[in-house]
Structures are given as structure tokens and as C-alpha cells.
Design a protein around this ligand. Structure first.
Ligand code: NG6
Ligand code: CA
Length: 520
């Protein structure tokens, strides 16, 4: 039991005048810890043996582990968009993998998970990977940024603008790039292939300067010995060191939580890790932590960050009434553009667990992800749930938890199901239906344990990354109950089921809102 376990702070004296978070009527704090490209099978409690993840496993032991927990998409931007807005990403045609200088994808004024929680009295923060666009057109990286997380519901932001393989390789705190020196030339960024900055070394022209070589893409500006996507120059005092990123972000995340300790308000923290996305460069103490090379090592580092946050909650006496969720934005990939041994050293490790496909894919390995919820005060520890739940559902579910659901405007969070009873382990019935999408925003329908994938043209295996796409010129129908590995296409055997699900998917894609329909 976490309440009486060795890490629990139950029984420790509370500071005078501090809020009593053990009072069961107080709204819980909420922390979403969100990994980047972590597969279902990469975590010990989901079956991994080659990578030690004692802290994520601890979370599962003390909480509820979902076996049918989904991201809305098999890539980052659309998944995160869906988590924050409660909307299926395919409703917004811009919700695709974005460069860092793309305009903010979420229009200020949209109801978001953090803005809803702000209304409910929460202090809200994002720390880590953003990748949802910034600004509203042209960005001056040296000035005060507009259209940032602060404009869509976050009170505090410490972010990496896009991904760790995309420029600009700088952190942004609230509205400013961190660590710019006025004596440096201004920071400039472009993704225009035809406009590289003259004189700034690229991976393509100066491979001898690289400490990690690229395998595909990633041949532009060199930062910290690693060439990236996009070009950047100036503002060099602000450029990050990848090996320090885990500690930099962890420090900001823990500082935010610590600062909330003595405030009479609940908090929401969206802590978005950069691991195990490429380039994989662990801090020195995790280099060599596994036999799987950098990919395994950064997962061990990620796990350590999770543990440090759990320990901080214990120390601060906040563990009991804090909901901690751990999940991932999409499924796994081995070679995602750098030569880091991920493929060669993988051995028997199965990053997607028993599933087919991975990142970018329509197959289940693309979107079924580790998904754990711990709330010692309310959720029984050490259980598993097969309820179908998706990150998209957090908005309506936490609106229900905080009394905000009746106040959501009808157009808000159109695809967010109120599945709070499932999230809290009170039932194993989650949503009935779920639409997920791949990197090209091609969709599929899941209904109970059935998956229908429409016919799509295109290669069966994605180039470079070597991941099955899920594309087939015929319809695909799988029953995940009996066939989690999607090995037996039942479409020919169940033509009526195929017809019904195809029609249903069409109806949803034509605009039917999920939130008040039968899907939930
Ligand atoms: C792809 C990148 C890949 C990764 C991905 C986004 C190339 C060749 N590949 O375009 O490395 O950055 O975008 O990943 O550039 S995600 O997890 O943020 O969706
Ligand atoms: Ca990702």
C-alpha cells in the first residue's frame, strides 16, 4: 500500500499553515508525465526485461496499470494536441509533425486541459517538450514571444520548442529564450532547405564534426556535435547540451511542484520528457546503463526522472492527493535518423511488446502505450485495467472530477469521453469506440476489441525506420482479444462487420462529435 509504504510521507508533520492535501475533499493535484516515443514493451511492468524501469514499475505497483491505454496518434504533435484539447487531431489539418517555427496549433481561447483546470482553481505548468507551434507567423526568438503555452492555459512554461532533433536548440521560459546574451548575434532559425545560414557548419558538409552521425534526415545545423533538422545561428550562449537536458527539465518540474507546496491551490503539471526520442544522449551517469545502447540508456534515465519526481512528492507530503499519470505520446522507433546502435543492440527486446507496428504506424504498436495512473488517496494500488482509454479523455474526465463538466461549452473537447470511473479503476468499461491516426492522418476505428483499418495505398513498410505502416489495398479487420499481434485479418470472414465499421468511421470523420454520442 502506498499510504503505508516505505516511500510514503503519511504521518510526517505538515508545515504550519500549509494546505491539507490529505483532506479528501481537496481537489487532487494532477501530474501527467509524458514520454516521447516510449513503446508499450519498453517498460518492465509491461514486460521489458532488458531495460530497468524500477520507478515506472513502482508507479504501477502503487497505482492502476492500463493495458488498453492509447495515444490519439502515432506521432507527437497530433497526440499532444489531442491530449490538451480533447479533440481528435484529424479535425485540425495542421495537426501534423511541426517545425519549431510553425504557428501555435491551438488557437488562444480554445478550451484546453490546462485552461479548464485554471477555471477550476488550479495553477498550471508545462515543463519539457512542446512541439505544438509557437507565435502566430514570424517569430523573433530574441524578443518577447506571443502565442505560447501561456496563451492557452498554462501559468508557467519551461519548454523545448519542438523536438530534441529540431532547431532552435534552446529552452524557453514563459515568453523568453533562456540564456541569451545581448553580446551574441541574434538567434535566427529557418527550416527553408534553400536558405542555410552561410558559414554555420552542417552535418552534411562537416560530418567530421559530429559525435553522433545521422542515418537519414538530420543533416543540417550542428549543435553540441549533433546535426539537427533545420538551420540556426546566433544566440549561442543559449544553446542546450543534450546530456544535461534530463536534469534541467527535472529541476524545473520539481521546482514548480515544490513552489506549490505551500499554496492553497491544487496544481497541474504537464511534464513532457524528451526521452527516448532521437538524438539519444544520456547524461554521464546513464551512459552504458543498459546493454541496448543509447536508446536503452535514455529510457533508464527517463525512469530515474520519474523516480526523482515521485520521491519529491513524498518529501513534500504531496503524494497522497496527487494524481500521477505516466504515458507516452506514441509508439517506439529504433532508427529514427541517427546511427546510435538502437537496431543492432535491440536483441530480444520488443519495444512495442506483443503489438505490430510502432511510431508512425496505423497498427496497434503505434498508439497503444504505457498508461499508468496513481492516486493513493482514491485509487486501489497494484491493479490492472483493460478499459479502453485515450489521452483525449483527460479533459472531460478531469472536468468531471473538478466539477467543471457542466460548464464546458458544447463545442469544447469534442472527442473527450468522460471515463473517470475507468481512470479511477471503478469499472473496466472505458470508451466503446476510438479513432486513432498515423503520421499521415490516416484513420482507423476501434470498437470494443475490433479494429477496422480502411484500405490505403502505400508501402507496407516505412522506409528508413523499417516500421510496418499498416497500409494494405484491402480492408483489415482484427479482433485484438484473440489476436493482439494483428496477425489474422478477419475482413473476408466478417464482411458485415467490415461494412458497419467502415460506415461508422465515415460518420465520425464527417464530423460527428464523440463526447455526447454512443462512443463514450
Ligand atoms: C520526423 C523525423 C524524426 C522525428 C519525427 C518527429 C526525419 C527523417 N525524421 O520527420 O526523426 O523527429 O519527425 O517525431 O527528419 S515526433 O515524436 O516528434 O513525432
Ligand atoms: Ca513522439
Amino acid at each position: 500500500m502506498p499510504a503505508s509504504g516505505p516511500h510514503s510521507c503519511a504521518g510526517q508533520p505538515k508545515k504550519a499553515g500549509s494546505p491539507d492535501f490529505s483532506n479528501s475533499s481537496a481537489l487532487p493535484n494532477i501530474i501527467i508525465m509524458y514520454a516521447d516515443d516510449l513503446g508499450y514493451g519498453d517498460v518492465g511492468c509491461y514486460g521489458a526485461t532488458a531495460i530497468p524501469t524500477p520507478n515506472i514499475d513502482r508507479l504501477a505497483r502503487e497505482g492502476l496499470q492500463f493495458t488498453n491505454g492509447y495515444a490519439a496518434a502515432s506521432t507527437c504533435t497530433p497526440s499532444r494536441y489531442s491530449l490538451l484539447t480533447g479533440s481528435y487531431p484529424w479535425r485540425n489539418e495542421r495537426a501534423r509533425i511541426l517545425p519549431a517555427d510553425a504557428p501555435l496549433l491551438i488557437t488562444p481561447g480554445t478550451v484546453t486541459l490546462p485552461s479548464m483546470l485554471q477555471e477550476a482553481g488550479y495553477t498550471t505548468a508545462v515543463v519539457g517538450k512542446w512541439h505544438l507551434g509557437l507565435g502566430d507567423g514570424k517569430i523573433d526568438w530574441n524578443g518577447e514571444l506571443q502565442h505560447t503555452p501561456l496563451d492557452i492555459g498554462f501559468d508557467y512554461a519551461f519548454i523545448m520548442p519542438a523536438t530534441n532533433d529540431r532547431v532552435p536548440c534552446v529552452y524557453i521560459e514563459n515568453r523568453r529564450v533562456v540564456g541569451l546574451d545581448p553580446a551574441d548575434p541574434p538567434l535566427e532559425v529557418t527550416y527553408d532547405q534553400n536558405q542555410p545560414f552561410p558559414g554555420v557548419p552542417t552535418g552534411k558538409d562537416h560530418p567530421e564534426l559530429l559525435k553522433m552521425k545521422y542515418s537519414h534526415g538530420h543533416d543540417m545545423t550542428i549543435v553540441n556535435g549533433v546535426s539537427r533538422i533545420g538551420y540556426m545561428r546566433g544566440g549561442t550562449s543559449a544553446w542546450w547540451k543534450d546530456e544535461e537536458m534530463a536534469e534541467v527539465l527535472l529541476d524545473k518540474a520539481i521546482s514548480f511542484v515544490s513552489e506549490q507546496r505551500d499554496r492553497h491551490q491544487p496544481f497541474f503539471l504537464y511534464y513532457a520528457f524528451h526521452q527516448p526520442h532521437v538524438p539519444r544522449l544520456p547524461g554521464p551517469r546513464f551512459a552504458g546503463a543498459t546493454k541496448l545502447g543509447p536508446r536503452g540508456d535514455v529510457i533508464a534515465e527517463l525512469d530515474w526522472c520519474v523516480g526523482e519526481m515521485l520521491n519529491a512528492l513524498d518529501r513534500l507530503g504531496l503524494a497522497e492527493n496527487t494524481i500521477v499519470i505516466f504515458s507516452s505520446d506514441n509508439g517506439p522507433v529504433l532508427d529514427d535518423g541517427y546511427v546510435d546502435g538502437a537496431v543492432e543492440l535491440c536483441g530480444d527486446h520488443r519495444p512495442a511488446g506483443p503489438m505490430r507496428g510502432g511510431k508512425y504506424s496505423l497498427l496497434d504498436g503505434g498508439t497503444r502505450v504505457p498508461f499508468i495512473l496513481r492516486w493513493p488517496q482514491r485509487v486501489a494500488p497494484g491493479r490492472r485495467s483493460s478499459a479502453l482509454v485515450c489521452h483525449t479523455d483527460f479533459l472531460a474526465s478531469f472536468a468531471a472530477l473538478t466539477g467543471m463538466l457542466p460548464h464546458l461549452p458544447p463545442e469544447a473537447a469534442p472527442d473527450s469521453c468522460q471515463v473517470l470511473p475507468a481512470l479511477l479503476g471503478e469499472t473496466e468499461t472505458g470508451r466503446r469506440e476510438l479513432v486513432t491516426e498515423d503520421t499521415a492522418a490516416r484513420t482507423l476505428l476501434r470498437q470494443d476489441n475490433w479494429v477496422y483499418i480502411p484500405p490505403y495505398p502505400g508501402p507496407a513498410v516505412r522506409r528508413h525506420t523499417n516500421i510496418e505502416t499498416g497500409y494494405l489495398s484491402e480492408p483489415q479487420l482484427y479482433n485484438l482479444d484473440a489476436d493482439i499481434g494483428q496477425q489474422r485479418n478477419l475482413a473476408a470472414a466478417y464482411p458485415q462487420k467490415v461494412k458497419e465499421m467502415a460506415e461508422r468511421l465515415e460518420t465520425i470523420l464527417a464530423g460527428e462529435r464523440t463526447r455526447d454520442g454512443d462512443a463514450c
